[in-house]
Design a protein around this ligand. Structure first.
Ligand code: AMP
Length: 341
């Protein structure tokens, strides 16, 4: 009987609770310092204690996962703590498409996939001299928004870049990706694509709470003007949101275009959960600045299902449970290789 495994962090609780609700065995690869937390939850059947998550590649861990016929669910922590090469070398079946995770981590590939998906992507700025209006400078990789800053001119950019260099957060311009800043309402669109029945499900939308940029709005302009301030977009938590119903048709189209382009560019395509992240501007136009090619932590808000999953399922359906259901179905019909890489 197939089982579900994941790393102890990010959305592990949601994923394993969902797997248990679907009647599957659950396995957690946990750093020893976190075992105390995870032991509190009875839906976790087995814990593999490790000193570092890289041990998921080691023989000992691999053989336990193999013995349990485990499918490994990748999430943000896997991407943040392991290199693309390490992820690609995982021999345990990985849910979804492990090859597309490289496209998530590399800004150039990321932009390419979003453009091929015909998404509106904010203009990237090739070098600081070309800054003509408000831009956001982002660090490469899964930096989680730490050390990102806004700049409205080359001079402003250089000043802030130099401070980050001094703080040791970056080495120089090569570590930054500059993109035009889009003002509006941020929305993080959560989807699930099933390669078994070839359908896209819109699962929910969330907001992210980012520190300390969010705190800036609480300070009067007078005080802001006097500050020698570098913003940061460090995600602290998420909260729920629903969209105007008139936006939903486009939301589905955005997801479908992304799935179609992924099939073309990164075989076997965008299978399983993913998220397209962006901003609705003053005309209600959606600008995508980012995607995550695996489950996002924003789905943790909807452990009992979201307003949108309720429209699709009669049982409370979290993203974790949806993943487990897909695994169960694939296992029953002997199609595990269709949903894993
Ligand atoms: P990212 O790492 O691309 O997800 O960016 C982290 C955060 O920076 C996002 O959650 C947004 O708050 C903000 N952000 C990134 N790109 C843009 C953009 N082009 N316009 C406005 N805000 C952005």
């Amino acid at each position: 009987m197939v089982s579900v495994a994941t790393l102890g962090s990010h959305c592990a609780l949601q994923v394993l609770k969902g797997a248990k609700d679907e009647g599957l065995k659950t396995i957690l690869v946990s750093e020893k310092k976190r075992e105390r937390l995870y032991k509190r939850f009875s839906f976790i059947d087995e814990v593999i204690p490790v000193d570092s998550f890289e041990e998921v590649l080691d023989k000992k861990c691999v053989s336990i996962l193999e013995r349990n016929d485990a499918v490994l669910i990748p999430h943000g922590t896997l991407i943040a703590q392991m290199s693309t090469r390490q992820i690609e070398s995982i021999t345990t079946p990985v849910f979804g498409n492990k090859w597309i995770l490289r496209w998530e981590s590399d800004r150039k590939l990321k932009e390419q996939l979003m453009k091929e998906s015909d998404l509106n992507v904010p203009q990237s700025v090739p070098n600081p001299k070309k800054i003509k209006r408000l831009v956001i400078a982002k660090r490469h990789g899964a930096a989680g928004g730490k050390g990102y800053f806004l700049a409205s001119s080359e001079k402003d950019y250089l000043k802030k870049r130099n401070i980050l260099v001094k703080q040791g957060l970056i080495k120089g311009d090569q570590d930054l990706y500059i993109q035009e800043y889009v003002m509006g309402v941020l929305a993080y669109l959560q989807y699930f694509y099933s390669p078994l029945n070839e359908t896209l499900e819109f699962f929910g939308v969330d907001k992210r709470h980012e520190s300390d940029i969010e705190g800036l709005a609480r300070i009067p302009a007078q005080q802001q003007l006097g500050m020698d301030y570098i913003s940061s977009f460090n995600v602290i938590g998420n909260s729920s949101m629903v969209l105007r119903e008139s936006l939903l048709d486009e939301v589905y189209q955005i997801g479908e275009r992304f799935v179609k382009a992924s099939k073309r560019l990164v075989k076997p395509g965008m299978n399983g959960p993913f998220c397209i992240e962006g901003v609705y501007d003053q005309d209600g136009k959606f600008w995508s600045f980012e995607f995550s090619a695996r489950i996002v932590a924003g789905t943790n808000i909807y452990m009992e299902g979201s307003p949108y999953s309720t429209l699709l399922y009669d049982t409370p359906m979290s993203m974790g449970r949806r993943i487990a259901r897909e695994i169960k179905l694939a296992s029953k019909s002997k199609k595990i290789e269709k949903i894993t890489t």
